[in-house]
Design a protein around this ligand. Structure first.
Ligand code: 6GU
Length: 229
C-alpha cells in the first residue's frame, strides 16, 4: 500500500514512521510513504506558502497554489482513483472501522494542514474526505497523518504476524484481556492460575470474561444495549 503525504514537514512524517512496525513495513516494501514537501512547489522568491486571511483575523492561511502543485505531483505518482484525505479537527473521527476501510485501498493521498487553515477553494477542488483523530486541536496535520498511517499500515497483509489483529481492542467491541509473561510472581503479584494451567478452553473462557469485565469498567461506551455480553 502506498501513502502520499502533502506536508510542510516531510522529515517529521518520515522520521516518525521509520521505527518499529511501520519502519519494517517500509523496509520490506509492504508499504511506501512518499512525503511531498509543499514548500518545494512555492514559486515566489521567498518560497512562502502562507498568507494573511482575506477579511482579517488571526493567523496565516496556506495558499492554494503550492499545495495544489504538490497534489498534482502526488497524483501523477498515485493511482488515479486514490482518495485525497485532509487531516483536520473538522473531519469525521478516525476509528478502527475507518482504518480497515482505508487498508483496502492501494494508494491514499493525505493532505496535512497548517497555520490557521488552508484556502477553502483548494479543499473544494481536491479533497474527498476529512478525518480528525479526536476532539482536541493539534498544531498541524502531520501528527494526525502519522496516526492514520500507523493504524492503517498494521492492517495491511504481511505487516503484522497473522492473527495478531484478531483479539485486540475494538475487535468485537471489547478491550483486550490482561496479559502476563515471566516471572510467575512479580513483587508479590501472581499470574492468574488459569493461565498457568495449560487448559486451552479455560484460558479462552477466562480471557473473554476478563475482556468483558474490563470493557464494562474502562470503556462502557463500547458496549451497546443489544450486545450479548
Ligand atoms: Cl487531523 N489536525 C489538527 N490540526 N488537529 C487535530 C486533528 C487534525 N485531529 C484532531 N485534532
Amino acid at each position: 500500500m502506498n501513502f502520499y503525504v502533502l506536508t510542510l514537514f516531510p522529515d517529521m512524517v518520515s522520521d516518525c514512521l521509520s521505527y518499529s512496525v511501520t519502519g519494517r513495513a517500509i523496509r520490506s516494501g509492504a508499504i511506501t510513504v512518499t512525503c511531498v514537501n509543499i514548500r518545494d512547489f512555492a514559486q515566489n522568491k521567498h518560497r512562502s506558502v502562507d498568507d494573511y486571511p482575506y477579511g482579517g483575523g488571526a493567523g496565516m492561511i496556506l495558499r492554494p497554489w503550492p499545495a495544489y502543485r504538490a497534489y498534482e505531483y502526488a497524483r501523477k505518482l498515485a493511482n488515479a482513483s486514490a482518495p485525497v484525505i485532509y487531516l483536520t479537527p473538522q473531519g469525521a473521527t478516525f476509528r478502527q472501522e475507518k482504518a480497515k476501510e482505508l487498508a483496502a485501498e492501494k494508494d491514499i493521498i493525505l493532505l496535512c494542514g497548517h497555520y490557521e487553515g488552508i484556502d477553502e477553494r483548494l479543499i473544494e477542488e481536491i479533497v474527498d474526505a476529512e478525518l480528525s483523530i479526536g476532539d482536541y486541536v493539534l498544531t498541524g496535520g502531520e501528527t494526525a497523518a502519522i496516526v492514520v498511517i500507523d493504524a492503517v499500515s498494521r492492517l495491511v497483509p504481511g505487516v503484522l504476524s497473522e492473527n495478531s489483529t484478531l483479539d485486540e481492542t475494538f475487535e468485537n467491541r471489547l478491550v483486550e484481556y490482561p496479559q502476563y509473561t515471566r516471572p510467575p510472581e512479580f513483587l508479590g503479584r501472581h499470574v492468574p492460575e488459569t493461565l498457568l494451567s495449560g487448559h486451552h478452553a479455560n484460558v479462552e473462557k477466562w480471557r473473554r470474561e476478563q475482556a468483558i469485565l474490563r470493557t464494562k469498567a474502562k470503556r462502557p461506551d463500547l458496549i451497546k444495549d443489544d450486545d450479548n455480553v
